[in-house]
Design a binder for this molecule. Sequence first.
Ligand code: IPD
Ligand code: CA
Length: 279
Amino acid sequence: MGDCSVDLDKCFEVVSQLVDKAGALVAKRNETRQEFEEKANDIDLVTATDKEVEQLLINGLLDVFPDHKFIGEEESAAGGAPNKLTDAPTWIIDPVDGTMNFVHSFPHSCISIGLKVNKVTEIGIVFNPMLGQRFSARRGQGAYLNGRRIHVSGQKELGKSLVTTEFGTSRDTEKLKVVFENFQNIVPKVHGFRMLGAAALNLCMVALGAADINFEFGVHAWDVCAGELLVLEAGGVVIDTTGGKFDIMSRRILAASSEELAQEFAKHLTQFSPQPRDD
Ligand code: IPD
Ligand code: CA
């Protein structure tokens, strides 16, 4: 147990079972291309499965923890309660991260769920059921892939780094200008760029030591809550893209395998402040 009023072992057990159930549903649906609706624009998508999985997770957690709070992607999109993070145990949920991939049956989507208590992330799970990759972490207890302990690469050199990022789900021309500018400036300085199409999975690649850096402007709290803990527990660092302290509601993230690399990388970025913030 961590915080005396929250049984974190129980939380981990309950959420693990629910994530299994959600994963079976996502994998089944991913066998065929999915119908979708558009949210903020024509590349910001939602499917019936996103909504179903979010309800499955929230209802399953509420059955056992009736006082817990929730910040879920689809409830937020539907204009639910504002994303005010309090000290109360709060589950931050992305039912399907990589919805564009999911719509196309491209097998890189995941369920991403984190638990914050007193605003500190205690539990993080990212599960890609199509590829059977389950990343999990508890604060102070390390990061795991399918039960095997994982570590960041420890890479310190920018020139030898593999970088993950995304175009994002915005069509905003100012934002896209910054995305392209960063590609142009950074590609010649690093080993390579990769894009999995799911922010949470990109972070997991840093935790796994398969990638050395992940950055993105435009992410949401539910994309990065679990992934941040995974990177930290794997020995990496997570900061703001400017080099300062990470703020989960800021919609910006820079994760790296070492502090030196994170700070060095931040210096090369053209910055952007996505609006509105998540809170
Ligand atoms: C998005 C995906 C995408 C990333 C966006 C996320 P969604 O989440 O992870 O790759 O670029 O920042 O919001 O909409 O697929 O759940
Ligand atoms: Ca997402």
